[in-house]
Design a protein around this ligand. Structure first.
Ligand code: STX
Length: 319
């Protein structure tokens, strides 16, 4: 269901296969899966997926003109095809930043465009703050700065006021005496020794996120939570990052916008984004004089929503 008369297939580029894939060892423990698609001599763009723990998807290539772009995708530590799967050791924000640099060096790229939504926007910006000279432009969606206030809004109380029906099973999965702190309660279960406890918690955690990601919930999207192999990595890795405050000080991104303020930035943000409310995009835009903010009036959080997809394709066409 959508307000738009166009379909997602009409606004995105056609499906393409990668022209190269591989695995890059980044530590004694972790190996990162990567894929390149489009034009090997095209303008390089690194695609940074969400979660953390969501993994990159073939559909993400479709936001780029394959003649123009050399599209580089990878799965962050512990998810997608990266190994070891769902592993939380040596899995932190600055390690992911150094993995992105390892990929850049591997592909002999001097500078590239950085494309990311949701947690992908968080990591894109932290990468840019750490290595500003490597970023030609940012194309960001569903801005998430992972502050305590944003985590509280989505995982404790806030989005619950708009989606009380979807919130109920997520909330009731946790016994009463732990309900005042849902992230720690889920963390305990997602890291339990008992695989059934882990899987049951992963399913509720993931369902909550999938049910709230779109203005018009999509049953196909909800099925992601039924895929427990996906859900276990997604929920465990997300919860691990969040309980650790993404391993940086609260407000890190807004405190460091000075280092990225010259980088051309396009922000695409759904007005009715319940996972990452538009306030964060607004605050970021105010701090980045070289940014353009597109608030999409008829969309939520997901890049799979037609009006969001359309705005993202316009941005990559113009970049
Ligand atoms: N997490 C937001 C996020 O980055 C708080 C995200 N939510 N769903 C996703 O990512 C996937 C599309 C990767 C499943």
């Amino acid at each position: 269901m959508s307000l738009s008369s166009e379909t997602i297939d009409e606004v995105l580029y056609p499906k393409i296969e990668p022209y190269a894939t591989g695995m890059l060892p980044v530590s004694d423990r972790h190996t990162i899966a990567w894929e390149c698609a489009g034009n090997p001599d095209g303008t390089p763009v690194i695609v940074i997926h969400g979660g953390p723990g969501g993994g990159s998807q073939p559909s993400y290539r479709r936001y780029f003109d394959p003649q123009k772009w050399n599209i580089i995708q990878f799965d962050q530590r512990g998810c997608g095809k990266s190994t070891p799967y769902a592993d939380l050791e040596e899995n932190d924000t600055m390690s992911l930043v150094s993995d992105i640099e390892a990929l850049r060096l591997h592909f002999k790229v001097e500078t590239w465009h950085v494309f990311g939504g949701s947690w992908g926007s968080t990591l894109s910006m932290i990468y840019g703050i750490t290595h500003p000279e490597r970023v030609r432009s940012f194309i960001l969606r569903g801005i998430f700065m992972c502050r305590k206030s944003e985590l509280h809004w989505f995982y404790q109380e806030g989005a619950s006021h708009v989606f009380p029906d979807a919130f109920e099973p997520y909330f009731n999965h946790i016994p009463k005496d732990e309900q005042s702190a849902l992230i720690p309660a889920y963390y305990k279960r997602l890291t339990s020794e008992d695989v059934e406890i882990r899987r049951a918690a992963a399913k509720e955690w993931t369902r909550w996120e999938m049910a709230t990601s779109r203005l018009f919930p999509d049953p196909e999207y909800l099925d992601k939570a039924e895929d427990l192999d996906f859900a276990v990595a997604f929920a465990r890795i997300e919860c691990h990052y969040f309980i650790n405050g993404i391993f940086v000080e609260d407000g890190f991104i807004l405190n460091h916008t000075k280092s990225i303020e010259k980088i051309p930035t396009v922000i695409v943000q759904g007005r009715y984004d319940m996972v990452c409310p538009v306030k964060s995009a607004w605050e970021l835009h105010k701090r980045l004089p070289n940014s353009t903010l597109h608030i999409i009036p008829d969309a939520g959080h997901s890049m799979g929503e037609v009006p969001i997809a359309k705005a993202l394709v316009e941005a990559t066409d113009l970049a």
